[in-house]
Write a protein that binds this ligand. Structure first.
Ligand SMILES: Nc1ncnc2c1ncn2[C@@H]1O[C@H](COP(=O)(O)OP(=O)(O)OP(=O)(O)O)[C@@H](O)[C@H]1O
Length: 271
Protein backbone atom coordinates (compact mmCIF):
# COMPACT_ATOMS: atom_id res chain seq x y z
CA UNK A 1 0.00 0.00 0.00
CA UNK A 2 1.23 3.52 -0.78
CA UNK A 3 1.87 5.88 2.12
CA UNK A 4 0.04 8.71 0.35
CA UNK A 5 -2.70 8.38 -2.25
CA UNK A 6 -4.25 11.38 -3.92
CA UNK A 7 -7.13 10.81 -6.30
CA UNK A 8 -9.27 13.13 -8.39
CA UNK A 9 -7.94 16.21 -6.59
CA UNK A 10 -9.35 19.56 -7.56
CA UNK A 11 -8.53 22.90 -5.93
CA UNK A 12 -10.45 26.01 -6.94
CA UNK A 13 -9.11 29.40 -5.79
CA UNK A 14 -10.74 32.70 -6.66
CA UNK A 15 -13.04 30.88 -9.08
CA UNK A 16 -10.12 29.32 -10.97
CA UNK A 17 -9.22 25.60 -11.01
CA UNK A 18 -5.60 25.74 -9.85
CA UNK A 19 -5.30 21.93 -9.54
CA UNK A 20 -7.39 19.81 -11.88
CA UNK A 21 -8.27 16.12 -11.62
CA UNK A 22 -4.92 15.13 -10.19
CA UNK A 23 -3.97 11.69 -8.91
CA UNK A 24 -0.68 10.44 -7.54
CA UNK A 25 0.81 7.92 -5.13
CA UNK A 26 3.89 8.14 -2.95
CA UNK A 27 5.32 4.99 -1.46
CA UNK A 28 7.45 4.57 1.65
CA UNK A 29 11.01 5.61 0.94
CA UNK A 30 9.99 7.49 -2.20
CA UNK A 31 10.99 11.00 -3.25
CA UNK A 32 8.48 12.61 -5.60
CA UNK A 33 9.52 15.88 -7.22
CA UNK A 34 6.90 18.39 -8.36
CA UNK A 35 8.09 20.45 -11.29
CA UNK A 36 6.46 22.85 -13.70
CA UNK A 37 6.56 26.52 -14.69
CA UNK A 38 5.59 29.40 -12.40
CA UNK A 39 1.88 29.27 -11.62
CA UNK A 40 1.58 25.58 -12.62
CA UNK A 41 -0.11 24.66 -9.32
CA UNK A 42 2.78 23.01 -7.43
CA UNK A 43 2.38 24.98 -4.18
CA UNK A 44 -1.39 24.70 -4.35
CA UNK A 45 -1.13 20.91 -4.63
CA UNK A 46 1.26 20.71 -1.68
CA UNK A 47 -0.92 23.00 0.46
CA UNK A 48 -3.99 20.90 -0.30
CA UNK A 49 -2.14 17.74 0.78
CA UNK A 50 -1.11 19.60 3.96
CA UNK A 51 -4.83 20.33 4.51
CA UNK A 52 -4.28 24.06 4.25
CA UNK A 53 -6.70 24.59 1.37
CA UNK A 54 -10.21 23.31 0.68
CA UNK A 55 -10.33 20.69 -2.08
CA UNK A 56 -12.50 18.13 -3.82
CA UNK A 57 -11.25 14.58 -4.24
CA UNK A 58 -9.53 12.23 -1.84
CA UNK A 59 -6.24 12.35 0.03
CA UNK A 60 -5.34 9.24 2.00
CA UNK A 61 -2.39 8.66 4.29
CA UNK A 62 -1.80 5.01 5.24
CA UNK A 63 -5.24 4.34 3.78
CA UNK A 64 -6.91 6.88 6.10
CA UNK A 65 -8.82 9.90 4.81
CA UNK A 66 -6.44 12.71 5.82
CA UNK A 67 -9.28 15.19 6.31
CA UNK A 68 -10.52 13.01 9.18
CA UNK A 69 -7.20 12.65 10.97
CA UNK A 70 -7.05 14.77 14.13
CA UNK A 71 -4.88 17.90 13.64
CA UNK A 72 -2.14 17.08 16.17
CA UNK A 73 -1.83 13.53 14.89
CA UNK A 74 -1.67 14.85 11.31
CA UNK A 75 1.07 17.29 12.31
CA UNK A 76 3.15 14.36 13.58
CA UNK A 77 2.72 12.46 10.34
CA UNK A 78 3.17 15.28 7.81
CA UNK A 79 5.80 18.00 8.14
CA UNK A 80 5.26 20.96 5.83
CA UNK A 81 7.83 23.50 4.74
CA UNK A 82 6.19 26.46 3.03
CA UNK A 83 7.68 28.39 0.15
CA UNK A 84 9.68 31.54 0.92
CA UNK A 85 11.79 32.43 3.91
CA UNK A 86 9.64 34.66 6.05
CA UNK A 87 10.24 34.32 9.78
CA UNK A 88 8.77 37.32 11.52
CA UNK A 89 10.04 36.91 15.07
CA UNK A 90 13.64 37.40 16.22
CA UNK A 91 13.80 34.03 17.97
CA UNK A 92 16.90 31.87 18.33
CA UNK A 93 17.48 29.23 15.66
CA UNK A 94 17.20 26.41 18.19
CA UNK A 95 13.83 27.74 19.35
CA UNK A 96 12.56 27.87 15.76
CA UNK A 97 13.70 24.28 15.21
CA UNK A 98 12.09 23.23 18.53
CA UNK A 99 8.72 24.40 17.13
CA UNK A 100 8.91 21.22 15.05
CA UNK A 101 8.34 19.31 18.29
CA UNK A 102 5.11 21.15 19.02
CA UNK A 103 2.88 18.29 17.79
CA UNK A 104 4.40 16.10 20.53
CA UNK A 105 3.76 18.56 23.36
CA UNK A 106 0.57 19.04 25.32
CA UNK A 107 -1.22 22.36 25.28
CA UNK A 108 1.00 25.20 26.46
CA UNK A 109 -1.87 26.48 28.60
CA UNK A 110 -2.18 23.13 30.32
CA UNK A 111 1.49 23.09 31.32
CA UNK A 112 3.27 21.35 28.44
CA UNK A 113 6.48 21.74 30.43
CA UNK A 114 10.03 21.86 29.14
CA UNK A 115 11.23 19.80 26.18
CA UNK A 116 12.00 16.18 26.99
CA UNK A 117 15.13 14.22 26.08
CA UNK A 118 13.55 13.01 22.82
CA UNK A 119 12.72 16.57 21.79
CA UNK A 120 16.25 17.75 22.54
CA UNK A 121 17.73 14.85 20.59
CA UNK A 122 15.44 15.54 17.63
CA UNK A 123 16.39 19.25 17.61
CA UNK A 124 20.12 18.43 17.86
CA UNK A 125 19.86 15.90 15.02
CA UNK A 126 17.98 18.37 12.83
CA UNK A 127 20.53 21.16 13.49
CA UNK A 128 23.33 18.73 12.64
CA UNK A 129 21.62 17.49 9.48
CA UNK A 130 21.00 21.03 8.24
CA UNK A 131 24.61 21.97 9.05
CA UNK A 132 23.63 24.85 11.36
CA UNK A 133 24.78 23.73 14.82
CA UNK A 134 27.07 26.75 14.94
CA UNK A 135 24.06 29.04 14.40
CA UNK A 136 21.79 27.61 17.10
CA UNK A 137 21.94 30.67 19.38
CA UNK A 138 21.71 33.26 16.58
CA UNK A 139 18.46 35.13 15.90
CA UNK A 140 16.69 33.79 12.81
CA UNK A 141 15.99 37.31 11.57
CA UNK A 142 19.74 38.04 11.56
CA UNK A 143 20.76 35.14 9.31
CA UNK A 144 21.53 35.19 5.61
CA UNK A 145 18.81 33.89 3.26
CA UNK A 146 20.57 30.54 2.83
CA UNK A 147 21.20 30.13 6.57
CA UNK A 148 17.56 30.93 7.30
CA UNK A 149 16.44 28.40 4.65
CA UNK A 150 18.43 25.70 6.45
CA UNK A 151 17.00 26.75 9.83
CA UNK A 152 13.44 26.48 8.44
CA UNK A 153 14.28 23.08 6.98
CA UNK A 154 15.70 21.94 10.32
CA UNK A 155 12.34 22.75 11.98
CA UNK A 156 10.67 20.40 9.52
CA UNK A 157 13.26 17.66 10.07
CA UNK A 158 12.78 17.95 13.84
CA UNK A 159 9.19 16.75 13.44
CA UNK A 160 10.55 13.35 12.37
CA UNK A 161 7.37 12.82 10.35
CA UNK A 162 7.12 9.93 7.89
CA UNK A 163 6.03 12.34 5.14
CA UNK A 164 7.72 15.67 4.43
CA UNK A 165 6.20 18.23 2.06
CA UNK A 166 8.86 20.76 1.10
CA UNK A 167 8.14 23.71 -1.18
CA UNK A 168 11.36 24.88 -2.82
CA UNK A 169 13.71 24.13 0.10
CA UNK A 170 16.87 24.67 -1.96
CA UNK A 171 15.86 27.84 -3.81
CA UNK A 172 18.02 30.18 -1.69
CA UNK A 173 21.00 27.89 -1.18
CA UNK A 174 24.49 28.02 -2.65
CA UNK A 175 25.47 25.01 -4.84
CA UNK A 176 27.25 23.14 -2.05
CA UNK A 177 24.30 23.50 0.32
CA UNK A 178 21.84 22.65 -2.45
CA UNK A 179 23.57 19.34 -3.01
CA UNK A 180 23.96 18.82 0.74
CA UNK A 181 20.24 19.45 1.40
CA UNK A 182 19.14 17.27 -1.53
CA UNK A 183 21.40 14.48 -0.26
CA UNK A 184 19.93 14.94 3.22
CA UNK A 185 16.36 14.74 1.89
CA UNK A 186 17.35 11.69 -0.16
CA UNK A 187 18.69 10.13 3.03
CA UNK A 188 15.33 10.74 4.74
CA UNK A 189 13.84 8.57 1.97
CA UNK A 190 16.63 5.99 2.09
CA UNK A 191 15.74 5.57 5.79
CA UNK A 192 12.13 4.77 4.80
CA UNK A 193 10.65 8.28 4.95
CA UNK A 194 8.71 9.79 2.06
CA UNK A 195 8.95 13.21 0.54
CA UNK A 196 7.19 15.50 -1.88
CA UNK A 197 9.48 18.22 -3.03
CA UNK A 198 8.74 21.28 -5.16
CA UNK A 199 11.74 22.42 -7.14
CA UNK A 200 12.68 24.34 -10.27
CA UNK A 201 16.18 22.95 -10.69
CA UNK A 202 15.77 20.19 -13.27
CA UNK A 203 19.33 18.94 -12.78
CA UNK A 204 18.71 18.31 -9.07
CA UNK A 205 15.25 16.93 -9.86
CA UNK A 206 16.56 14.35 -12.28
CA UNK A 207 19.46 13.39 -10.04
CA UNK A 208 17.74 13.02 -6.68
CA UNK A 209 14.04 12.22 -7.28
CA UNK A 210 12.60 8.75 -7.82
CA UNK A 211 9.61 10.14 -9.67
CA UNK A 212 8.65 13.48 -11.11
CA UNK A 213 5.22 14.97 -11.63
CA UNK A 214 5.22 17.68 -14.27
CA UNK A 215 2.40 20.18 -13.81
CA UNK A 216 1.15 22.85 -16.14
CA UNK A 217 -1.96 24.97 -15.75
CA UNK A 218 -3.02 22.91 -12.70
CA UNK A 219 -3.01 19.64 -14.66
CA UNK A 220 -0.63 16.71 -14.51
CA UNK A 221 1.27 16.52 -17.80
CA UNK A 222 3.59 13.61 -17.03
CA UNK A 223 4.30 11.35 -14.05
CA UNK A 224 7.13 8.84 -13.93
CA UNK A 225 10.87 8.35 -13.65
CA UNK A 226 12.86 11.54 -14.37
CA UNK A 227 14.05 10.34 -17.79
CA UNK A 228 10.45 9.66 -18.84
CA UNK A 229 9.24 13.07 -17.71
CA UNK A 230 12.15 15.32 -18.70
CA UNK A 231 11.88 14.59 -22.41
CA UNK A 232 12.82 17.11 -25.06
CA UNK A 233 9.16 17.31 -26.05
CA UNK A 234 7.93 18.11 -22.50
CA UNK A 235 10.69 20.67 -21.95
CA UNK A 236 9.70 22.39 -25.16
CA UNK A 237 5.92 22.24 -24.81
CA UNK A 238 5.68 23.01 -21.07
CA UNK A 239 8.70 25.20 -20.32
CA UNK A 240 9.53 26.45 -23.82
CA UNK A 241 13.18 25.47 -23.44
CA UNK A 242 15.81 23.18 -24.92
CA UNK A 243 18.24 21.36 -22.63
CA UNK A 244 21.55 19.59 -22.76
CA UNK A 245 21.15 16.06 -21.48
CA UNK A 246 23.52 13.23 -20.74
CA UNK A 247 24.56 10.59 -18.25
CA UNK A 248 27.19 11.13 -15.57
CA UNK A 249 28.20 8.55 -12.96
CA UNK A 250 25.27 6.46 -14.19
CA UNK A 251 22.70 9.21 -13.58
CA UNK A 252 20.81 11.29 -16.13
CA UNK A 253 21.35 15.02 -16.07
CA UNK A 254 19.39 17.84 -17.67
CA UNK A 255 20.87 21.26 -18.14
CA UNK A 256 18.42 23.94 -19.37
CA UNK A 257 20.18 25.76 -22.20
CA UNK A 258 18.03 27.90 -24.49
CA UNK A 259 14.49 29.19 -25.02
CA UNK A 260 12.38 27.56 -27.68
CA UNK A 261 9.02 28.52 -29.12
CA UNK A 262 6.28 26.82 -27.10
CA UNK A 263 4.13 24.29 -28.88
CA UNK A 264 0.71 22.83 -28.06
CA UNK A 265 0.31 21.27 -24.59
CA UNK A 266 0.99 17.54 -24.17
CA UNK A 267 -1.49 14.98 -22.86
CA UNK A 268 -0.72 13.45 -19.45
CA UNK A 269 1.71 10.56 -19.85
CA UNK A 270 2.41 8.08 -17.09
CA UNK A 271 5.59 6.03 -16.90
N1 LIG B 1 -5.27 32.37 -2.97
C1 LIG B 1 -5.34 32.35 -4.30
N2 LIG B 1 -6.40 32.89 -4.94
C2 LIG B 1 -6.49 32.87 -6.29
N3 LIG B 1 -5.57 32.30 -7.08
C3 LIG B 1 -4.50 31.74 -6.50
C4 LIG B 1 -4.32 31.74 -5.10
N4 LIG B 1 -3.16 31.10 -4.80
C5 LIG B 1 -2.63 30.75 -5.99
N5 LIG B 1 -3.43 31.12 -7.00
C6 LIG B 1 -3.19 30.89 -8.44
O1 LIG B 1 -3.08 29.49 -8.60
C7 LIG B 1 -2.15 29.20 -9.64
C8 LIG B 1 -1.13 28.23 -9.12
O2 LIG B 1 -0.36 28.87 -8.12
P1 LIG B 1 0.79 28.09 -7.34
O3 LIG B 1 1.32 28.99 -6.29
O4 LIG B 1 0.28 26.77 -6.92
O5 LIG B 1 1.86 27.87 -8.51
P2 LIG B 1 3.32 27.26 -8.46
O6 LIG B 1 3.39 26.18 -9.48
O7 LIG B 1 3.69 26.88 -7.08
O8 LIG B 1 4.17 28.51 -8.96
P3 LIG B 1 5.66 29.08 -8.61
O9 LIG B 1 6.63 28.19 -9.33
O10 LIG B 1 5.61 30.46 -9.19
O11 LIG B 1 5.84 29.09 -7.12
C9 LIG B 1 -1.56 30.53 -10.08
O12 LIG B 1 -2.21 30.93 -11.26
C10 LIG B 1 -1.90 31.47 -8.94
O13 LIG B 1 -2.06 32.79 -9.40
Amino acid sequence: MSLLEVSGLEVVLGGKACVRDLSLKVGEGELLGLIGPNGAGKSTLVKAIAQLLPYRGRIRLNGQDLARVEARERARRIAYLSQGDAVQWPIAVQDLVALGRHPYRGSWWRGAGTPGAEDRAAVDAALRAADIQHLRHRKVTELSGGERARARLARVLAVQAPLILADEPVAALDPRHQIQVMALLREHCNQGGSLILVLHDLTLASRFCDQLLLLDGGAGIALGAPAQVLTAQHLRSVYGIRAITGVHEGLDYVLPWACEPREGKSEMTQG
